[in-house]
Structure formats: structure tokens, C-alpha cells
Design a protein around this ligand. Structure first.
Ligand code: GDG
Length: 473
């Protein structure tokens, strides 16, 4: 196998296996932001992507799709359950999102996590050229940096953490807390979404491993000297171009008008778009809205709330339970307040093509992002990018990474239902001139700090790390 200068390692390959026009199986590139951000880099420096193809027990040779070199890592059905649904999504995910749901600690899940992380690390180590670069992504692969370094001390290693990193009081629950810190510290540069995440990580490193921490730098003792690791915030963003282009298309604008029409032409449309996940605060949002409708402050003839909750992690218990709770409250609200021509909440447990998402963003007067904890939240940035007329209001939880940057949004603490109701009313009643002032500032921020700015700044920190000599004692 030929080796690559630049290797991305992520849980999933950036492709989906779908059926072609004649029923044959083909690979379709998923239009995610990460692929868009890394595609130019991958093409310019001869890159490869290591990841799981998304189906259990699928053993595949490396292949090319959409001009990308892909290196599949196979997972058995049991590994999908223990490493992915178990340790990644039912231990780390809830723990790192402030235990909104109780994390499950199981020793077999941890063992599967170690085994699978090793498999990803071995695949990356054999794919990367001498002196090349490996960029590892996210919480499923926190041990990979240390494992790659052990196998390939010649390469530069970056790691980006897409979700929050918890405060030490919570992190300390993790039975394997020291191993995970050591795993991450195998990287030369560790990127987080927020300054707060980086500080929590650095505090955990200081308290648990007793390494010296100065500013954003950790001094890691090695057998033959020391190594410096940079840990700081590199807030991720979106590829703004497709959102701006789609929002300018007449057919998408016509579709937005059609959506309004089919909802009975309400005066205001409120919108929520999330994976169906307990971190996103969907229940809190529905509760606040339902109270406004019940008390007569909002009337369903005037206002409709559209909630897209795309299916996610459907085999994990806490997600099954969340879906039941949400669907019960949606059913109750609609049963009590719908009229023949108008609905209180149009709930869609479905995924949609990006064109339809943009039409929804254009149709929405108010975007509700009420996450209880969220690494960044790209939906907030997508909404802003599509608002070419500088109208529309973003209601944004202060517990999202996006809140650090999107200062002109209407900020909320989603746990405070009265505060959330006030924020919804502020947004619904906001005069057009104020919408314009706020949205112009929000768009400036998102358009200037897009995903290319994010990847360039991370990669230049990584290049700087590459040039720094390690000190020996
Ligand atoms: C993790 C972190 C961080 C959703 N439903 C549909 C659809 N989506 C798209 C959205 C958006 C993406 O999925 C979701 O991104 P978020 O950032 O909102 O949230 P997570 O999935 O939890 O992502 C998060 C992110 O990683 C990046 O670092 O911001 O904090 O949790 O792009 O538009 N897209 C389409 N149909 C849907 O039904 N086409």
C-alpha cells in the first residue's frame, strides 16, 4: 500500500454505502463539514482517511471515493455495541455533557474501546509516510494519539475534540481517567471548541498526572527528556459557501414560501433542528413553548413551531426513552391546541436533504438552539449563514460553544423555563431594525470564521509543533 503525507483518523469514513440507480451498492460522499474542511488539504498534500465504513462485520480493502483515499477499519457487531454504542455513546458522551443522562461504566466496554482504538492507531501508523502528519478526531478515539506515537515516533500528531471536556469534579468519575489523559497527550496539538474545555483538560492533567502546565502548554516527561503539548481552543465552523449559494437559489426560496403556505401562513415560524439527543434541550424548548400556548401568550393561528429531530443512536436506551418523552409531549400539545388549519408543533422525526434544511432555515423567523451542553452547535451557524436579508432571530443557549462567538444572539439558560419563555417572546416580537443589527453582526462573524479558517489555524499550530525540537535531559 502506498503511504500518505497527511492522514485523518475519525470514527466514520466520510462516505455512506447506498444503492445506485440499478440497485447496485455504491459509496456516496457524506456532505459533512469536516470533509469539506479537509478536502482541500487532503488533495494538496496527498492525504488518506482512516475510519469505520458504518456497517458491522464489513471487511474492505482501501479504496477511493470522490477523489479521497479511504482506509476502512472493520468493527464486529459486538464491537459496535461495546466500543461505539457503549463506551463512546453511553459512557463518554453523557459524562462529557455534564451527566445530563447517567453515564454507564462497564469494564468490557472499556476493553473494547482500547482494542478498537488500537486497530485505528495501527491502520493510521501503517498509512502515514515518514515524517508525515496524523490528525485524529473526537471522543471515540481518545487513546489513538498515544498509540500512534508509540508505533510512529517520527510523525506529528494532532487531535481535535468536537464535544465538551467536563470539569474535574465530573471527569474524576471516569474509572479510566488517567489512561484517557495519557492517550490524548500523545498528540502534539490538542484542539478544543472552547477556552473553557481546554482549561478543564489542563486542570485535569495538572491534578491527575502532575505534569507541569504553563499557559496552554503541557510538559510531558518522556524516557529521554520532555515533550511539549499545546492544548487550546480552535472553535470549529461551517463551510459557508454551500449555505449561501443554496439560500440564493430561487427554487429553494420558492420551497421556503411553500413551507410557510403549507403551515397555514402563520405570522411567525419557530424552528428547531437537532439530532434527537438529550443534550440538545428539545424537551425544555417544547415545555417553554407549550406553556406560552397554554397561557394564551402565543396563539397557534399566528405561530407554528417546526421541530426536526433527526433519528440518532436509536439502539441506546437513553435515546429510546427520550424519544418517547418528546413524542408524548408533542402529542399532548397538539391534541389540546391544534385547529383544523393550524398546528402548534410540526414534529418531524426524519432526516432531510440539505436543500430542504436550507428552505426551512429561510422559512423560519426564529431559530431555537437550546442545548443543555453542546461542543459548538453548527445549526446556529448554518441558520445565520443562510439569512442573506439579515432578518430572523437566533435564540442561543449559553451552554453551547457557539455562544462564545455569536454574542448578538438572544442568549438563554435553557434550564430556566421562565427565562426561555421570555427569550422566545423577545424573539417573536423583535422589531425588524433590531433583527437587522444583530443578524449583520452574527453573519460577519460566521462568514469570517468559517471552517477553512478553523482548519488553517489548527494545521498551522500543528506545523509549528513539528518544527519545535524536543528537549532532552
Ligand atoms: C458534534 C458536536 C459540534 C441535522 N439533522 C439533519 C442534518 N443535520 C446536520 C446539521 C448540522 C449537523 O447535522 C449537526 O451538527 P451540530 O453541531 O448541531 O451537532 P452534533 O451532531 O451533535 O455534532 C457539536 C459538531 O460535532 C462539530 O464539531 O458542533 O457540538 O456535538 O450540520 O445541519 N443535516 C441534514 N438533514 C438532517 O435531517 N442534511
Amino acid at each position: 500500500m502506498t503511504v500518505a503525507e497527511f492522514v485523518v483518523v475519525a470514527n466514520r469514513l466520510p462516505v455512506d454505502r447506498v444503492h445506485g440507480p440499478d440497485g447496485e451498492e455504491i459509496w456516496r460522499t457524506s456532505p459533512g463539514g469536516l470533509v469539506a474542511a479537509l478536502e482541500p488539504v487532503m488533495h494538496s498534500v496527498d492525504g488518506a482517511w482512516v475510519g469505520w465504513p458504518g456497517q458491522a462485520d464489513l471487511e474492505l480493502e482501501p479504496f477511493e471515493a470522490g477523489g479521497l483515499r479511504l482506509i476502512p477499519v472493520a468493527l464486529s457487531e459486538e464491537e459496535v455495541e461495546e466500543y461505539y454504542e457503549g463506551f463512546a455513546n453511553d459512557t463518554i458522551w453523557p459524562l462529557y455533557h455534564d451527566v445530563i443522562a447517567p453515564p454507564q461504566y462497564h469494564r468490557e466496554w472499556w476493553e473494547a474501546y482500547v482494542t478498537v482504538n488500537r486497530r485505528f492507531a495501527e491502520a493510521a501508523a501503517s498509512a502515514v509516510a515518514q515524517g508525515g502528519t496524523v490528525w485524529v478526531h473526537d471522543y471515540q478515539l481518545q487513546l489513538v494519539p498515544e498509540m500512534v506515537r508509540a508505533l510512529r515516533p517520527d510523525v506529528t500528531i494532532g487531535y481535535f475534540h468536537h464535544i465538551p471536556f467536563p470539569a474535574h469534579g465530573l471527569y474524576a468519575q471516569l474509572p479510566w481517567r488517567d489512561q484517557v489523559l495519557r492517550g490524548l497527550l500523545g498528540a502534539d496539538v490538542i484542539g478544543f471548541q472552547r477556552t473553557q474545555d481546554a482549561s478543564y483538560f489542563l486542570a485535569a492533567v495538572r491534578r491527575r498526572l502532575r505534569h507541569e502546565v504553563k499557559g496552554s502548554n503541557v510538559t510531558v516527561p518522556e524516557e529521554d527528556g520532555t515533550r511539549t503539548v499545546l492544548a487550546k481552543a480552535f472553535p470549529i465552523s461551517i463551510d459557508t459557501v454551500p449555505y449561501i449559494e443554496l439560500a440564493a437559489r430561487p427554487d429553494i426560496q420558492a420551497r421556503a414560501a411553500e413551507i410557510r403556505e403549507s403551515l397555514g401562513n402563520p405570522k411567525k415560524i419557530l424552528l428547531g433542528v437537532d439530532r434527537l439527543d438529550y443534550t440538545k434541550g428539545i424537551r425544555h424548548r417544547i415545555k417553554a413553548y407549550a406553556e406560552l400556548v397554554a397561557q394564551g401568550t402565543l396563539n397557534v393561528e399566528d405561530v407554528t413551531f417546526v421541530q426536526v429531530a433527526s433519528p440518532s443512536r436509536e439502539r441506546v436506551d437513553s435515546y429510546v426513552q427520550l424519544r418517547d418523552e418528546i413524542e408524548l409531549s408533542v402529542g399532548r400539545l397538539n391534541g389540546d391546541y391544534d385547529t383544523m388549519g393550524h398546528t402548534a408543533i410540526r414534529y418531524l422525526h426524519q432526516g432531510f436533504p440539505r436543500e430542504e434544511m436550507v428552505a426551512l432555515y429561510l422559512a423560519a423567523d426564529v431559530m431555537l438552539v437550546t442545548a443543555l451542553r453542546d461542543g459548538m452547535n453548527l445549526v446556529a451557524k448554518e441558520y445565520v449563514a443562510t439569512r442573506r436579508d439579515n432578518r430572523g432571530v437566533l435564540v442561543l443557549s449559553e451552554f453551547t460553544g457557539a455562544a462564545d462567538e455569536l454574542r448578538q444572539a438572544v442568549r438563554v439558560n435553557p434550564h430556566d423555563i421562565e427565562g426561555l419563555k421570555d427569550a422566545i417572546m423577545t424573539a417573536v416580537q423583535m422589531p425588524s431594525a433590531e433583527q437587522g443589527r444583530r443578524m449583520r453582526a452574527l453573519r460577519k462573524r460566521v462568514l469570517e470564521h468559517d471552517v477553512n479558517a478553523w482548519s488553517s489555524s489548527f494545521l498551522s499550530a500543528l506545523r509549528a509543533a513539528q518544527n519545535k525540537p524536543t528537549s532532552s535531559s
